[in-house]
Design a protein around this ligand. Structure first.
Ligand code: SME
Length: 155
């Protein structure tokens, strides 16, 4: 079964973002090679606040504009980092992380958070990975109640 079919099957019956994001993280973490962290940071005021993930414990809050996640969020653009040690201001939650891809969660031009995927090998991610993960993330976005989760993180 393709990843698109699998993610559709996992998420199509539920609109709760946290539940869907938990299954999304687990699916990516267990079905793609050479990953050490997969998870979400959600917009909470001027921070990105740790949400559901797979991997080692991670930093709780990231200010917009800080780190790879904060850079992607404030620019509303995805980023592929081939070598995190070459990214000024990289935040090393897991010292095993060597490369990273971050994709903002955006719907109707509104930022809700980011998807962060780390790898223990250099240059793990390319544009084909970005397209595939973006397509899968769009399934999560379309199946989840993002306004409800925004209100929860910004109460
Ligand atoms: N590396 C990220 C921080 C999140 S941990 O990797 C889960 C960053 O620089 O924003």
């Amino acid at each position: 079964m393709s990843s698109t079919s699998s993610i559709n099957e996992l998420l199509s019956e539920e609109s709760n973002f946290i539940s869907n994001a938990a299954n999304f993280s687990a699916y990516i973490f267990n079905n793609y090679e050479n990953l050490n962290w997969v998870g979400f940071y959600m917009l909470s005021g001027d921070d990105l606040l740790l949400s559901v993930f797979q991997g080692k414990p991670a930093c709780l809050r990231i200010s917009l504009g800080k780190g790879v996640c904060g850079y992607s969020a404030i620019n509303k653009k995805p980023i592929i980092v081939s070598d995190v040690n070459q990214f000024a201001g990289h935040i090393a939650c897991d010292t095993a992380s060597r490369s990273e891809i971050v994709i903002p969660i955006i719907k109707n031009d509104k930022l809700y958070g980011v998807l962060d995927i780390d790898s223990p090998i250099i240059s793990r991610f390319n544009n084909a990975d970005l397209e595939e993960f973006t397509n899968l993330l769009n399934i999560l976005i379309e199946n989840s109640d993002l306004e409800k989760i925004y209100d929860y993180y910004n109460a």
